[in-house]
Design a protein around this ligand. Structure first.
Ligand code: ARG
Length: 564
């Protein structure tokens, strides 16, 4: 990144400031083939400005591209290929990483401004689904990524704890519920009651009516309804918090849908004032025909508010309370229309900040090509998945490293990290196939592979009795064999930038896999611990790799054990 910026600056000067540096920087490429240098500048776009052929421009411009960090410049057709000075760049990069430690790779674009992130957001009294897992893992990572870019992340768990289904649940509980059973196994028991309600309601339509009445009571603050609801909510959150603890995810707020119950009148009034509410099929809606969207339902005929109404109230609340620069919603692809409508309604209300709200969708988690769902009875419990993954990791450790001291702690880091990495390594819109065996492999693009590489690097440092203070400044005659690793280290900031710009943690995941691979190749090719003049420089490189791998994993929400 730094060298790219520097090159852009040199070209900027060489072109007599005719093209802004930022534009030049965007044009600079990183050649796939190392024989084409470390950076390349294509001259096609300059042809019009200079009224010369791109090849001639490349030739002329190349003569002016000079700097101590540039070793060699080659012209190939319209391209200027830049070869960096390996010694200078290596030593500079390593010194930089050692100086900045985990701050290396940070971008200073956020000015500490708030970014709200709506993530996880499961529905209470229901099992935590795979969709909520994805939202949790992606949202958590995005929070770290925006923080790395200088923003202040605010993690909001918009719990699904309101709506007509709670009237049904209360009805079912009053008819068939057993307090002891619910206490013992809350989510499973509440789900059973909910399913029973639907089965029974097929023959007894009066149940639906009762459900509606109970929800009405709940909305009106009835004591019995409220205390049952509160109990269901508390018990559900207790179960969810075990999962969050396993995954090491925390939140700044658990204000979910219920929190907005008393904040919705205001939204409805505002919509009325702005003359946006119209009557349609006995319901109150906001027409979005001009926006090419179906109308957004605000209030049902019986006065009950809806999911969208609560999200409108939540958006206003978040703007007023957090004054966000950006407001992210990490929610499955199937809710894309909902968020389009939400943003469109807010824009119609005249809130310019609505354009800073971003829905960040993701694909599904599949098992054997089919959707993993929480369908009747057959439930994939996330907690079980995580625990199974931990058990398998524990088993692997027993086989590979039986003398490890803190096996349980490491098994947790590896088992949970495996599930998280598997989720984050592909672009989020792709569906992902769920396979524990695949996730836990030590080779290939997996969490354990990166963690293992980190642990291996840490072990080299221990064996080499690495003492950081001795080596700054780093020096070595040749950085040939190290170059691939160094050049990747210089790329970290770029990976962070891409991850931020595309709200895509897989940019980080791919980057650390590349770095781990390059490092392992280096480890295979070079005797790092050989006792000669270059040993300290090699160890300094290994140390830099540990810093960047660990920080990369951290940005994904994954821990890095030093031994495994
Ligand atoms: N609870 C919802 C669901 O499970 C997701 C909520 C997402 N966040 C929001 N502000 N709508 O489908």
């Amino acid at each position: 990144m730094k060298y790219k910026q520097e090159l852009a600056q040199i070209i900027f000067e060489a072109l007599d400031h005719e093209i802004p540096v930022k534009e030049l920087e965007v044009l600079i490429e990183k050649p796939k083939n190392h024989q084409h240098g470390d950076l390349a500048f294509p001259c096609f776009t300059l042809a019009k400005l200079k009224r010369k052929s791109p090849a001639i421009i490349a030739q002329e411009l190349s003569e002016k591209v000079q700097s101590p960090t540039i070793e060699k410049v080659e012209v190939v057709g319209a391209y200027i290929n830049i070869f960096l000075n390996k010694k200078l760049v290596s030593e500079d990069t390593i010194a930089d990483i050692i100086k900045q430690q985990e701050k290396y790779g940070a971008l200073h674009i956020g000015n500490n401004r708030p970014v709200t992130i709506d993530l996880s957001s499961p529905n209470i009294a229901k099992p935590f689904s795979m969709g909520h897992l994805r939202s949790t893992v992606i949202g958590n990572s995005l929070a770290f990524i925006v923080e790395k870019c200088g923003y202040q992340p605010i993690r909001i768990n918009h719990i699904g704890d309101w709506g007509t289904q709670f009237g049904k649940l209360i009805t079912a509980y009053k008819l068939w519920g057993d307090a002891a059973k619910v206490k013992k196994n809350p989510i499973k028991e509440l789900l059973t009651l909910y399913i029973k309600f639907h089965d029974e309601a097929e023959n007894d339509p009066s149940l639906v009516e009762q459900g509606r009445n109970w929800f009405k009571k709940l909305e009106d603050g009835d004591e019995e309804a409220t205390s049952l609801w509160q109990w269901f909510r508390d018990e559900s959150l207790k179960e969810f918090s075990r999962i969050y603890e396993l995954m090491n995810v925390s939140f700044d707020s658990f204000s979910g849908e219920a929190f907005y119950n008393d904040k919705m009148d205001r939204v409805v009034n505002l919509l009325e004032e702005k003359q946006l509410l119209v009557e349609s099929d006995m319901a109150q809606v906001v027409e979005l025909t001009d926006e090419g969207l179906p109308p957004c339902l605000i209030k049902k005929s019986d006065g009950a508010t809806l999911y969208a109404t609560r999200d409108l109230a939540a958006a206003l609340y978040r703007k007023e309370n957090y004054d966000f620069d950006l407001s992210l919603y990490v929610v499955g692809n199937e809710q894309s229309l909902h968020f389009k409508q939400l943003i469109a309604v807010l824009e119609k209300m005249g809130y310019s900040w609505a354009s800073n709200m971003v829905h960040i969708p993701f694909g599904m988690m599949l098992k054997d090509g089919k959707k993993m769902s929480t369908r009747k009875g057959k439930v994939v419990l996330l907690e079980e998945v995580l625990n199974e993954s931990i058990a398998m990791a524990r088993h692997n450790i027993e086989e590979k490293n039986p003398n490890l001291t803190n096996k349980d702690a490491v098994a947790k880091q590896v088992g949970v990290g495996a599930v998280m990495f598997h989720d984050l390594k592909n672009f989020r819109m792709n569906d992902i196939d769920f396979s524990l065996e695949e996730m836990l492999r030590f080779e290939g693009e997996t969490g354990p592979y990166v963690q293992y590489t980190y642990a291996r690097a840490c072990s080299i440092l221990r064996k080499g009795n690495w003492q950081m203070a001795e080596i700054v400044p780093v020096s070595s005659p040749s950085w040939d064999k190290e170059w691939k690793v160094v050049s990747l280290l210089t790329e970290f900031t770029n990976a962070v930038k891409r991850a931020y710009e595309q709200f895509d943690p897989s940019q980080i995941a791919k980057y650390i896999v590349d770095l781990a691979q390059a490092f392992n190749k280096y480890y295979g090719d070079v005797k790092i611990l050989e006792d000669n003049a270059e040993q300290q420089a090699r160890l300094a490189l290994v140390y830099s790799v540990t810093i960047v791998l660990k920080e990369g994993l951290r940005l994904l929400g994954i821990e890095a054990p030093e031994e495994m």
